[in-house]
Design a protein around this ligand. Sequence first.
Ligand code: F3S
Length: 384
Amino acid sequence: MYLTKEEERIYEGEFGETLEKAMRILVSLGEIYEASHLIPISSAHISGASYKTIGDAGLLYLSSLSGKVKVKSTLNPVGMDRERWREMKISNEFYEKQKEIIECYKKLGIEDVCSCTPYYLQKPKYGDHLAWSESNAVIYANSVLGARTNREGAPGALASALIGKTPFYGMHKEEERAPEVQIVVKEELEEEEYGALGHLLGETLRDSIPVFSFKKRLNEDEMKKLGASLAATGAVQLFHIKGQTPEISLHPEPKERIEIEREDIEKLMEFSEVEVIALGCPHLSERELYRVAELLEGKKIKKELWVCTSRFIKNGCRDVIKKIERSGAKVICDTCMVVSPLLENYDSVLVESGKALKYVPSMCKVDVQMTTLENCVKYAVGEL
Ligand code: F3S
């Protein structure tokens, strides 16, 4: 990979150990993926923030870094709600270690938004190059906004934040963003069914780029759910929707075509008895919180209900949060049911998310079932 004179000097350690480590990571990635050179990025989003997932080794690595990031950089969810960690039954030791991790990131100039939906805080512009490392955020930025980012690992995103650049390959190149397979969905789906659709298709699509034909325009939350599931089950980084997403007119129509039956989606969403309900993977938007509040209006929960969102969304709609919590449900921020130890206290969980359906069994060792947000809430209040 070509390096400028200045990049070479960073690589040789002339600007300190942290930048040297960062540049070496970027050069290794560039060589693996045959990138021609580095390109400037406008923002980075960094995962690897929960003590549950990175442990002491991650904390040790982060403590060894110094200096400041070169571009706007935000942090993914951590392992606990920083205010309500006791209600989540988080141990004192976990709390202390998690605080240290957050401090390390803040010292580097990374904003501790602790959310997997940074696109609700500030939307990248069409054509912006990014280095983002949360898979749902990557696919949303690429597909819905027309920005350009590869699915970075946590070290790669952090290295890019520190250098302000990323290797030029994959999703950064227009010719790599063309759809490869058409997915035709003949019936209109309910909101969470788009997440179930992504979950079902991920394995088949693995790493490829689909273009969808739907009966209607999808709202932002539906595209979020579809993308999060596709990314979780199939490592998909970009999808297009005919007549809707911004890049579709740039590319020819692919020949391969798959038709989807609604029946398969409905089967995936059948559920039976569970112990607890957890919503918000990815973090709920303000609109989704309104949906939860409306469904809970004047009711009390009979089963525990945890609702995950980001602190910036919660701060912007405190009345809605109050309405939700009047029912006995708990709204937590900074974290989620997957990257926190929350579900260690239960044997089975009901979710509204195709991504959680994929990750909860492996990351939390808990039985998981999926249904619509409406059914989740109705089940929590004993109406189902
Ligand atoms: Fe976000 Fe946690 Fe799901 S980080 S996308 S809520 S696994």
